[in-house]
Design a protein around this ligand. Structure first.
Ligand code: OXD
Ligand code: MN
Length: 587
């Protein structure tokens, strides 16, 4: 275990509060994990799936009121509201502790408190950070074991240091009215109460690796971003890495595990996945920006994942994976979800635990946000650099969103400052998949709106400061949009693996090899610069995908101006200057 006095003092304090019957340190390795899995199955918390077809795989169903992240119940609690800014829910931190303590008081009576030490980043890496999560859920323990480097090794890395994130998770009775996902960045603390859904309670992920880490990054001069990381290897064996940020429902995991089109495969190109959700970025000794994925697994959305959309993700789920809220196929004790294949099972249990039959179903078998928790090393295209403590050097950073008409297929920012402007104005249009009106523009700067642990205007400033430090070694910044539609509402660009054609132009730009034309919004490829060999579209279609409608962009600029007003005086003047430049270019 550990002799770290800071750890013991805090655990004693928490024990006094939540009053568990028993405390179990999850530091004993594989045998202990095996025993916890067996206990989860024996108590009905999880079901063991077909061990021939899905070895090591388990199924879990959450309560029906606990199926997603809850932004309205997520808080950044600091001494001053100014620190959290206008885009976060805020309560003064002592007031929040006072509100939460009575809820947590005795929350683990009659239960076991598991002490889960974990490391975000590779053990021994200069990027690595330690957290300890105290939880009363075996489901959380088993998921954390997949998603992080967990156990004794994390305590060893911590040594005697007081620098760890103190996490408390109490399942309670999963009451949504009393649900709290609270980050205390000044205290390095996270409290999750009344939820058992992954994004709320696997604290290493959104709570630590984004909300707390973004705060730490600002203080310490690095960045925690909601970005995938992928590498493209050319036939000579050189690999260039890019990061990309998208709001949800834009195919981030699919892009992270992209399969190159045949044209590139034949030439010997390969794509490697370093991360599908989060990137921690630091300036390396060479002055360039380097990235690691702090996670050790994928917590991916199951519906829509299939052998065509993402064969790599599907392969990753074939062993040692925890499925949550998917359908249970009773015929062969496996799992199913909408979009897996065209053969829904006849004899199944849906995500709510009710009998479900494909031919007579009126409701979905799997929850639209049902998930797989899969070890990264299961993924056939996981990067050989996945465990490299130094990370990978980044050539380009890509922003994107879902825009039917406004944004072109791809454009490059004129420089870092303009790139920060592009990221800060990122937006997606709502789809029919979400409740509410369709086509409404939602701004989601750098896809960090629900994950930035401090004032978003300070966050923009931090991006600008990082650019100053990086100087001419800064990655180039791009924007992509795979989702332009024709007049009938059909997607024009084929997407999926063919997105590599756009990535190739991006890498060409980084290498100073690809051509571009300057437009009102930035640099764009000429239609012939996007390789469409083997595709069913013409150069004219590409021209169309790249067109910039100035009237639409004037409306866009108005929307940005309105959005920026939120930040008042605190908005960095560089970003306002970029907006003014855009408005002038559109005249
Ligand atoms: C996720 C999210 O689950 O961004 O990764 O919501
Ligand atoms: Mn995410």
């Amino acid at each position: 275990m550990t002799n770290n006095p800071h750890v013991f003092k805090w655990i004693e304090e928490m024990k006094e509060l939540v009053k568990p019957d028993k405390v179990v340190w999850v530091t004993e390795g594989e045998e202990q994990i095996k025993a916890l899995r067996a206990e989860a199955v024996a108590t009905g918390l999880m079901e063991e799936l077909n061990q021939e077809k899905l070895p090591g795989c388990l199924l879990h169903r959450t309560k029906v009121n606990d199926v997603a992240r809850v932004e309205a119940r997520t808080f950044i609690c600091t001494t001053k509201k100014e620190m959290a800014g206008p885009t976060n829910n805020w309560v003064e931190k002592d007031e929040m502790y006072a509100r939460l303590r009575p809820l947590a008081d005795g929350a683990m009576k009659g239960r076991t408190m598991y002490v889960v030490p974990y490391c975000m980043g590779q053990i021994g890496s200069p990027f690595a950070k330690i957290g300890i999560e105290l939880t009363d859920s075996i489901y959380v323990v088993l998921n954390m074991e997949i998603m992080t480097r967990m156990g004794q090794k994390a305590l060893d890395q911590l040594g005697d240091s007081a620098d760890f994130v103190k996490g408390l998770h109490c399942s309670l009775d999963v009451d949504e009215e009393q649900r709290y996902i609270v980050q205390f960045p000044e205290d390095n603390a996270i409290w999750s109460l009344n939820s058992n859904y992954g994004g709320n309670v696997l604290q290493g992920k959104k709570c630590f690796a984004l909300r707390i880490a973004s705060w730490q990054g600002k203080e310490e001069g690095w960045m925690a971003e909601h970005m995938l990381i992928l590498g493209i290897e050319n036939p000579e064996g050189e690999i260039k890495y890019v990061t990309a940020a998208f709001p949800s429902a834009c195919g981030k995991t699919n892009l992270a595990m992209l399969i190159p089109p045949e044209l590139y495969q034949k030439k010997g190109y390969k794509v490697w996945c370093v991360g599908d959700d989060i990137a921690w970025l630091r300036i390396g000794k060479d002055g360039r920006l380097w990235a690691v994925n702090p996670e050790n697994g994928f917590f991916g959305v199951a519906p829509g994942t299939n052998a065509k959309s993402n064969p790599n993700a599907l392969a990753a789920t074939m062993k040692n994976t925890i499925f949550t809220n998917v359908a249970h196929n009773l015929d062969d004790n496996t799992v199913w979800w909408e979009g897996l294949d065209k053969n829904p099972p006849e004899n199944a249990i849906d995500w709510k635990g009710n009998p479900w039959s494909g031919s007579s179903a009126t409701e979905k078998a799997a929850h639209p946000n049902s998930r797989f928790t899969a070890p990264a090393k299961n993924c056939p295209c996981v990067s050989p650099k996945f465990d490299d403590p130094e990370g990978v050097p980044i050539s380009a950073m890509i922003f994107g969103g879902r825009r039917a008409k406004t944004a072109p297929l791809v454009y490059q920012s004129r420089d870092w400052k303009h790139g920060v402007f592009v990221g800060s104005t990122m937006a997606s249009e709502t789809t029919a998949a979400a409740a509410g009106a369709v086509g409404v523009v939602r701004r989601d700067p750098m896809a960090m709106l629900p994950f930035c642990g401090y004032h978003m205007a300070d966050y923009f400033q931090h991006w600008l400061d990082m650019g100053e430090k990086l100087g001419d070694k800064a990655p180039k910044i791009f924007n992509v949009n795979w989702f332009r539609t024709d007049d009938e509402g059909h997607f024009i660009w084929p997407g999926f693996g063919d997105n590599m054609r756009v990535l190739m132009w991006i890498l060409g730009r980084c290498a100073g090899e690809a051509d571009a034309v300057e437009t009102a919004i930035g640099y764009e490829p000429k239609p012939e610069d996007i390789n469409i060999e083997g595709l069913d579209i013409t150069k004219e279609t590409v021209a169309d995908l790249l067109s910039v409608d100035k009237e639409l962009w004037k409306t866009e600029a108005e929307g940005i101006r309105e959005f920026y007003q939120k930040f008042g005086e605190k908005l960095p003047k560089e970003l306002m200057a970029e907006l003014e430049k855009l408005e002038k270019n559109l005249e």
